[in-house]
Design a protein around this ligand. Sequence first.
Ligand code: GLC
Length: 460
Amino acid sequence: MKTIGTIVLIGYLACLASPAAALSGEQADAQRTARMKWWTEARFGMFIHWGLYALPARHEWVKQHEAVTDEAYEQYFEHFNPDLYDPKEWARLAKNAGMKYFVVTTKHHEGFCLWDSKYTDYKATKTPYGKDLIKPMVEAFRAEGLRVGFYHSLLDWHHPEYPIDRFHPMFNNLEFREKAKGRDIRKYAEYLHNQVREILTGFGRVDCLFMDFSFPGENGKGRHDWQSEKLLKMIRELQPEIILNDRLDLLDVPGGWDYRTPEQFMPREWVTMNGKRVPWETCQTFSGSWGYHRDEATWKSVRQLVVMLIETVSKGGNLLLNVGPTARGTFDDRAKERLEEIGRWMNDHSRAIYGCTAAPDDFAPPQNCLLTFNPETKRLYVHVLEWPMGALHLEGYAGKVKYAQLLNDASEVRYIEESRSSEVGYLPGERKAAAAANLILRLPIQQPNVTVPVIELFLK
Ligand code: GLC
């Protein structure tokens, strides 16, 4: 691992020394790995979707889902007044859950801006609330030690120069489309670029940027509409250390993205591009909606969420877990309870998450378990999803482990190597030849009282 670190560092320094020189693929990869080090170690962040859609409280796409006109949507702007907004409380909740960074919607598809943009009046400062929402949020999260990320929508369902496309709320309104015929995407792109410059210059260092999203093709929009390459150049110039997602429609452009973003599903394995493992982050909701949704009932359980985090890390990815604050400016109880419980688990088990990744290929997960691995400390974490009856068989692990303990209380887990006993788990004489290298953990009958127990194996 040390050698990889050194190569990465040399690659990184070489790039800094000659910024003008074109980078080889390998150098670019090494540079990206170095830039993303904090992010890959962090593994767990908070997504925040907040905007006018918190008032109707039935999905952030409500304007499109219900084909709401600008006039009818205006009532939410007129009533936007999150009087209980306390970003310090949000930051505490995120930190206590074990999250290391956050990504907030500066603007979602509805077009409403949470900061005091000089390019529009469609912003928080012009609502009854009357204040910028982003600055205090950035300050509060930074004060709790979290890194700062912005989500910014490429789509804009409010801007007068945004041409109607297949996702626009007025797509099926022929009269509206007729009137909107003269809209000029170049003017909208200029607005988009101006605002991205604003958010990347007005709040100090921005660690991540999540641009959302491209849908090229008929009645769609992609890199030519957004002028993505120009935008990319500006983003990299303004914030050279920034970590950028993959939705600018620049997947084939070198440096056009830093990580893939599987949304609301769990990839089957480590995400690859052209056969190579790449950094990835899955963004997930508690309940299916990103914006606050009062009547949505499909909330995931704490256990599902903890397993989701473990599974993500076991495949080398990050988890960005979303909260949709209410129009009063609060996290609702369902979100709070889950964050607190995840935090309880993280308090004892974060060592099996931070700095961890997929296990080396020669360690197969035992039955009903997921594995994470810290390459620096050489510790392997066995996350036991179903507590077994007295013993856990680790096939092929014999001779590789020097000590084992439960992570929640550091109590020793005794083990035997199968070569010394053929009896456990088999009928006499039944032991398979292939099982010769098994390691058998002796577990207590009672499962430790935690959401998902973890066994920490110190490898030789
Ligand atoms: C989607 C949706 C959106 C959500 C986002 C999160 O693209 O349009 O509502 O913000 O994904 O990844």
